[in-house]
Design a protein around this ligand. Structure first.
Ligand code: DGL
Length: 275
């Protein structure tokens, strides 16, 4: 079989927290990561722009041989996935698939909550899309969902400033607001790929017994399950354990920051250099 990696896309670095988990459950699969660092963050951008950038990235990954692409970015999953699946794929590549990171979590999270009250921490764009609320309601109509937008968190994390007193102030503010809005919350979803880096800080600020859910592990397990249920797609995913990293910005800058999210060193290439 030729080279057909599973594509993993994010606006920048955050999707590496998901990639790490995918690698854990699918160690033999070839994986091609693409971070659109030149245009990140996506969190405050309009639906039209997020859709246009995400579709471009998906087509880039298709051209590189991917038959299956995971949008490992909540903002892209919230603002672009549905349009890509329903309108674009039938036109550009009807036999290929694009999956997101929101549904795997929303189809499961209601089973974790005893109080039936779930909190979402996410970017402003993801919150404005209402995607978490809509998707959780589909699976768990009785669950109350409260969202809190945390617009400063991604820039603080991306700039390596998340372990500072200044960052603590922003983290406390948003965790506090979420719990004030609904003190009955007993499950908090990290609805942004960057937030696992501050999961420990968030957990310390929450009342005892409130569980924090990061997406990576759930998304990876559901992806493995998807491949088992869709052998026709699995047959198009090559398995030589190859890892490749593309960025739309400087590879040197990407490599410096990326290991923070991925947990080990990375050697990336500029996406335009890929044949
Ligand atoms: N990866 C994005 C997400 O999960 C956060 C970064 C951004 O705003 O582009 O929402």
């Amino acid at each position: 079989m030729n080279h057909h990696p599973i594509g993993v896309f994010d606006s920048g670095f955050g999707g590496l927290t998901v990639l790490k988990e995918i690698e854990r459950v699918l160690p033999d699969h070839d994986l091609l990561y693409f971070g659109d660092n030149a245009r990140a963050p996506y969190g405050n951008r309009s639906f039209e722009i997020v859709h246009a950038y995400t579709l471009e990235a998906v087509e880039r990954l298709f051209a590189a041989g991917c038959h299956l692409v995971v949008l490992a970015c909540n903002t892209a999953s919230a603002k672009a996935l549905r349009t890509i699946q329903q309108n674009d794929l039938p036109r550009v590549a009807p036999e290929r698939r694009v999956l997101g990171v929101i549904r795997p979590v929303t189809e499961w999270v209601g089973t974790l909550s005893r109080s039936g009250h779930v909190g979402i921490l996410a970017t402003a764009g993801t919150v404005a899309s209402g995607s978490y609320e809509i998707e959780i309601r589909k699976s768990f109509p009785g669950v109350t969902v409260t969202q809190e937008a945390c617009p400063m968190w991604v820039p603080l994390i991306e700039n390596g400033e998340f372990d500072t007193p200044g960052a603590d102030c922003f983290i406390e503010r948003h965790v506090g607001r979420l719990m004030e809005a609904d003190p009955l919350i007993d499950v908090v979803v990290l609805g942004c790929t960057h937030y696992p880096l501050i999961q420990g800080k968030i957990e310390k600020l929450l009342p005892p017994g409130v569980r924090v859910v990061a997406q990576g592990g759930v998304v990876a397990d559901r992806l493995a399950d998807y491949l088992r249920r869709h052998p026709e797609i699995a047959a198009h995913c090559s398995r030589r354990g190859v890892r490749e990293f593309l960025t739309s910005e400087s590879p040197e800058a990407f490599d410096r920051a990326a290991s923070l999210f991925y947990g080990k060193p990375i050697r990336s290439r500029r996406q335009s250099d890929l044949a």
